[in-house]
Design a protein around this ligand. Structure first.
Ligand code: SF4
Ligand code: SF4
Ligand code: FES
Length: 520
């Protein structure tokens, strides 16, 4: 537990964490100190001078808050006239060469410079000379587009490539008003985290070619979510919007801070995986090649399950714990086998020592905890015996089907409960559309054993049914995520005390246990 100290801000007493720099320490108690160059992941650089504050203890009249640790009894001045004056002066300096065209800037609505001008300046321009011309729409690589004229030279982007990715592609060249961020000739950005630069740039100088000018940010609804691109479970914002007469669509994923899971950043592949959420969705219910209503599809589903000699149910390792539990119960009900096998979901060597994991499934730990076998051997053996394969959204498996499995699969009748239309699902006798992970909520356990809760973000016009709802319609007793938990708690020792609604925002690190699974 961090030690707290009492200090005074403009004469008002507040309790903050000792030793934290004043920007972060006072932010916790709702006091903002404006700043450009400081970022908690990159530390203090001290180059922008926007954070200058007064300390009444005989020090120089102004000190950078980003480099000043909170100490007992400190008297911090934020609203003195000389501090307001320096804020005006810094903003005037930043705006001398900055284009004054916020309405056509992609960053408008989430720009620190725009916000600070409105809060701390509102001065009329005194510029009497032509602004310095610099590079516009520069392709820096990895989908990052740079506008040198909008840059405030805070060097966050440069420090990101030096300190975080350690690839060092960016630098600041030239001096004074000719200074600019640049890549080395012929050496564009080349790392798997480059688009984080767009998030950390405080102004519209770094934009993403994927997102720029596709949507005004004030129209976007920002929900919290968890990336399902790999077993890291990085925290994200899901920014989505329903245009008039259209469906709710995701426009971007952005990094959401979780110091226990992903820190401040996410990888580019995960960031861009929102496209997969939008595209190629399975919306039709089909039985024996014909389009039918959802209820009719469920009726046919039940009837095939009732008549099957030996059904086998295949779960996606992306499903939530609650969905896995519900499918496990339904498999028991129909006397079906159950597997979580997926042959393409682990890419050995693809991961790195930062965030990206070899395992591309979001909740393989969940399969382990619930005692659901994911081995190829047991799946192959069960498939040999089975006459009906019911696939609950196991798209990873179908993405890399191999010659050994293909003939075996071709000989079985298949029912696909799927969120996305894929070539191999077309062969299924019955296709039931289901929700994808941005359209339902639940709990997942990442590869490091951190249990996280996420909630439904996107509501489609034709809102697809969650797997939980589909198992209920098949006769299961789990009607919602909460009803799954008494069984999960009883069955899994490490989850026996978990109350999903009380899982902290940064997730709950599960204690390892020799025997996590104690029964079914
Ligand atoms: S491009 Fe953005 S992050 Fe980089 S130095 Fe300029 S303002 Fe800072
Ligand atoms: S590291 Fe994995 S979980 Fe994190 S953003 Fe990338 S793909 Fe998503
Ligand atoms: S944030 Fe302190 S000098 Fe830039």
């Amino acid at each position: 537990m961090a030690e707290m100290v009492k200090l005074f801000v403009n004469g008002q007493e507040v309790a903050v964490e000792q030793g934290k720099n004043l920007i972060d320490a006072l932010k916790v108690v709702g006091i903002e100190i404006p700043h450009f160059c400081y970022h908690p992941a990159l530390g203090a650089d001290g180059n922008c001078r926007m954070c200058l504050v007064g300390i009444e203890d005989g020090r120089p009249p102004l000190v950078p808050a980003c480099k000043t640790p909170a100490m007992e009894g400190m008297k911090v001045l934020l609203d003195a006239e000389h501090i307001k004056k320096i804020q005006h002066d810094v903003l005037e300096l930043e705006l001398i060469n900055h284009p004054i065209d916020c309405p056509v800037c992609d960053q408008a609505g989430e720009c620190t410079l725009q916000d600070y001008y409105m809060t701390y300046s509102l001065d009329d321009s005194r510029r009497g000379v032509e602004p310095v011309k610099k590079g516009k729409r520069m392709d820096l690589g990895c989908g990052v587009v740079h506008d040198q004229e909008r840059c405030v030279l805070c060097a966050r982007c440069v420090r990101f490539t030096r300190q975080i990715t350690r690839t060092g592609e960016l630098g600041i060249v030239n001096r004074s008003d000719e200074a600019r961020v640049a890549i080395f000739p012929g050496k564009p950005l080349d790392n798997r985290y480059a688009l984080n630069i767009v998030d950390i740039c405080p102004v519209g100088a770094m934009t993403s070619s994927d997102f720029r000018f596709r949507q005004r940010v004030w129209f976007l609804k920002k929900d919290e979510g968890i990336c399902h691109g790999c077993s890291k479970g990085c925290n994200i914002y899901i920014d989505h919007h329903r245009e008039k007469y259209k469906d709710d669509m995701i426009y971007r994923f952005r990094a959401r801070t979780n110091l226990q899971v992903n820190g401040y950043f996410i990888c580019d592949e995960g960031r861009l995986s929102y496209h997969r959420e939008n595209e190629n969705r399975q919306s039709q219910t089909r039985v024996d090649g014909g389009v039918v209503g959802f209820e009719e599809g469920i009726k046919a589903f039940r009837s095939r399950l009732d008549t099957a000699r030996k059904p086998l149910m295949l779960l996606s390792a992306d499903c939530t714990l609650e969905q896995m539990w519900a499918v496990k119960r339904i498999a028991n009900l129909y006397g079906a086998g159950l597997s979580g096998y997926s042959d393409a979901s682990v890419l050995p060597g693809d991961g790195d020592d930062y965030l990206i994991q070899d395992d591309k499934a979001a909740n393989r730990k969940g399969l382990e905890l619930l005692g659901i076998d994911s081995s190829k051997e047991s799946f192959m053996a069960a498939l040999q015996d089975a006459d009906l394969l019911v696939n609950f959204n196991n798209d990873l498996f179908f993405s890399n089907i191999n010659d050994e499995l293909r003939p075996l699969l071709d000989s079985k009748e298949c029912i696909a409960v799927c969120s996305h239309a894929r070539k191999l699902f077309e062969k299924a006798a019955i296709i039931i559309p289901t929700a994808s992970y941005s359209e339902y909520g639940g709990t997942i356990v990442n590869g490091d054993g951190v249990l996280q809760l996420f909630r439904k973000a996107v509501t489609k016009n034709d809102d697809p049914h969650d797997i939980l709802e589909i198992t209920r319609l098949l006769g299961g007793a789990i009607v919602d995520a909460a009803r799954a938990w008494p069984g999960i708690r009883q069955s899994v020792a490490v989850l026996s005390a978990v109350q999903p609604e009380q899982i902290p925002a940064e997730g709950l690190k599960l204690q390892s246990s020799e025997e996590p699974h104690v029964g079914s």
